[in-house]
Write a protein that binds this ligand. Structure first.
Ligand SMILES: O=C[C@H](O)[C@H](O)[C@H](O)COP(=O)(O)O
Length: 219
């Protein structure tokens, strides 16, 4: 099975968590796109979907699925999204597609976070995938220097502007043995909007697509 097929089975498995009448938070990325397409076919009568990016909103609307504004909903029952890395403690790196800030907001508003991924994202620890950090353009150079002081090697993601009008610094070399602390330390740098460590709001359920089928883990 190629990685797309593994993403596909993970995405389809997440449908089992979607019940009629729910408000459903929807992440961003290639795995989530397969989930959205599966939702389009499944035609579950949910109350609506809260999108974590403009791209996801466009895809949902393109399939005729109802999109809600997060400001018009309370806490939401469920959020489904992919990840770039997942550790054994359900902590994630996200933001490979630049959508990390809105993703973290919607994930934090959700009571259950179901993470869907192909099995290659299942890692013994976080830190190989360059950590995306969303930065206000005015502060780009200052923030980059502070990230170097934290042990990182930041590089500007060329040609990318986020849905929030910001830039992304991709940071290698950080020590992520304590991801909870590093998540906070980076977010304390003035000019940082958020970073792609999801350790304070971890996933609750992991659905990994593997050649042997979907492996489900619960925190
Ligand atoms: O900003 C993008 C998101 O965090 C994605 O969920 C993450 O990059 C995983 O994407 P994919 O499903 O394409 O591997």
């Amino acid at each position: 099975m190629d990685s797309n097929a593994l993403k596909q089975i993970a995405a389809e498995a997440a449908l089992g968590y979607i019940k009629p009448g729910m408000v459903v938070g929807v992440g961003t990325g290639s795995t989530t796109n397969l989930f959205i397409d599966a939702l389009g076919k499944a035609k579950i009568h949910v109350e609506g979907y809260v999108a974590s990016s403009v791209a996801t909103e466009t895809r949902l609307k393109g399939l005729g699925l109802p999109v809600l504004n997060l400001n018009d909903t309370g806490d939401i029952p469920i959020y489904v999204d992919g990840a770039d890395e997942v550790d054994p403690h359900f902590r994630l790196i996200k933001g490979g597609g630049g959508a990390l800030t809105r993703e973290k907001i919607v994930a934090s508003a959700a009571r259950l976070f179901v993470c869907i991924a192909d099995g290659s994202k299942d890692k013994p620890m976080l830190g190989k995938f360059p950590l995306p950090v969303e930065v206000i353009p005015f502060a780009r150079s200052f923030v980059a220097r502070q990230l170097v002081k934290l042990g990182g090697n930041p590089s500007l993601r060329a040609g990318v502007t986020t849905d929030n009008g910001n830039v992304i610094l991709d940071v290698t070399g950080l020590d992520l043995t304590d991801p909870v602390t590093m998540e906070s330390r980076i977010n304390l740098i003035p000019g940082v909007l958020d970073n792609g460590i999801f350790a304070q709001r971890r996933a609750d359920v992991l659905l990994f697509g593997t050649p042997q089928g979907v492996v489900e883990r619960r925190a």
